[in-house]
Design a protein around this ligand. Structure first.
Ligand SMILES: Cc1ncc(COP(=O)(O)O)c(C=O)c1O
Ligand SMILES: Nc1c(O)cccc1C(=O)C[C@H](N)C(=O)O
Length: 411
């Protein structure tokens, strides 16, 4: 197929998926194909006004009264409920604030307390490093033995076992983009009396998750990737309603107290998901995330996923035509999340050369050109543009230029 034929196909596909083209809701620079929304999502237009109001009116004019008059106090739960729709959680089970690492720490301690008679926890050795670090830290604190078992291997390990307290998995692998089978692994965990804890960083806002439907116990994820909450956006924590009474908050700060302003000397947890709160939330970032979530208004996450599958399939088709013989780390079928991961021995240079051409992806060690596809603001035409630039970079050996191979980028 020629580039012209691909262009015609891109136009037809964009026409077919017009209902989920939400690009107008985002402010993106001209001439850039942004394929790093799985690290830092693009800026939703609604955030600009919301943050400006938060600074000038809420903070600048209304000062401390904003905790009441602008609903600041309830933000963690209010934004949590709004986010809950995107991850399949009914109201009152998601709280927003703090970082993913902190939320994971809380969730793991809560899981250990809920299954205090068991000692083993299963985790994927290839998961994002912070998950391994936090897990090892908690394991040392609670006496857990961490077994490295991939999500695929988990059902066999769990079958007939009685020693596993919890499984802790990422829904989508940050490097390969592999979407793991959350329903099957969660069911296998439950059949063995274990809890299922999921890191949703790379699926929230991109893939239907169905937390309630699949009876996930605890889950957390970033606010700054596909949810577009901005750099350092607050994370979220899901605690299934059935665990609220038994949820022991390892960081029992005063915002999770039943009567915070009683200022009593002893901790008494609030009812429901509020007991997972810790301390003062970063209000400007909370307001930014709340506004960012409005970019999903009126859109079902299943429709976002449908668009994403079409975009990633087309991106791969374009690469296969324009760069024959390309090797991939990401799956070819529906077991991929919302990214295409290309393997290349000079992946770092390829990524830098692409960025210089306005195609922004990222490098993940050792050999991955990671192309994240945030469906709401990308088109099939963008996919072709990206593949076309990749072909040009490789044809002209731009990726070998010392300007692109010197490793000086942190991300
Ligand atoms: C799977 C996963 N977990 C956790 C994190 C990050 O956690 P934090 O926001 O606490 O740095 C990331 C990305 O940075 C991630 O990809
Ligand atoms: N959280 C990040 C950061 O603080 C700096 C740079 C990148 C990030 C990321 O989100 C990386 C991302 N989790 C990944 O999947 O690689």
């Amino acid at each position: 197929m020629s580039t012209d034929a691909l262009r015609t196909r891109a136009a037809a596909l964009d026409e077919r998926h017009q209902a989920t083209d939400l690009r107008e809701r985002f402010a993106l620079p001209d001439g850039v194909v942004y394929l790093d929304g799985n690290s830092l999502g693009a800026l939703p237009r609604a955030v600009v006004g919301a943050v400006s109001d938060a600074v000038e009116v809420q903070w600048g004019r209304d000062l401390i009264t904003s905790w009441n008059t602008h609903g600041w106090w309830d933000t963690p739960r209010r934004v949590g409920d709004r986010l809950g729709r995107l991850v399949g959680a009914a109201a009152g089970q998601v709280v927003v604030g703090d970082s993913t690492s902190v939320r994971l720490h809380q969730a793991l301690h809560a899981a250990a307390a809920l299954r205090s008679d068991r000692r083993v926890v299963l985790a994927d050795p290839a998961t994002f490093p912070t998950d391994l670090y936090v897990l090892d830290g908690v394991a040392r604190q609670v006496g857990w033995i961490v077994e490295h078992v991939t999500p695929d291997e988990a059902p066999a390990r769990l079958a007939g076992s009685q020693d596993v307290a919890a499984v802790v998995y990422s829904h989508v692998d940050y490097r390969t983009g592999r979407l793991w089978d959350l329903p099957t692994v969660t069911r296998a965990a439950h059949d063995a009396g274990a809890l299922a804890v999921w890191d949703l960083c790379h699926s929230a806002g991109a893939v239907p998750i169905g937390l309630d439907e699949h009876r996930v116990d605890l889950a957390m994820g970033c606010g700054y990737k596909y949810l577009n909450g901005g750099p350092g956006a607050p994370a979220f924590l899901y605690v299934a309603a059935e665990h609220h009474d038994g949820f022991a908050n390892i960081v029992p700060g005063w915002h999770g107290h039943a009567e915070p302003f009683a200022m009593s000397g002893g901790y008494r947890p609030a009812a429901g998901i509020d007991r997972a709160r810790i301390g003062t939330p970063p209000m400007l970032s909370m307001i930014a995330l709340e506004a960012a979530l409005s970019a999903f208004d009126g859109v079902d996450i299943a429709a976002v996923r449908e668009r994403s599958l079409s975009l990633t399939a087309f991106l791969r088709e374009c690469i296969d035509v324009l760069v024959p013989g390309t090797a991939y780390a990401s799956p070819d079928d529906e077991s991929r999340g919302s990214q295409v991961a290309v393997r290349h021995p000079d992946a770092y240079g390829v990524v830098q050369a692409l960025i210089a051409r306005g195609v922004v992806g990222d490098f993940r060690t050792p050999d991955i050109v990671r192309l994240g596809v945030a469906a709401p603001y990308l088109t099939h035409a963008d996919m072709l543009t990206a593949a076309d630039h990749l072909a040009h970079v490789l044809a002209a050996d731009e990726h070998l230029d010392p300007a692109f191979t010197t490793r000086n980028a942190v991300t």
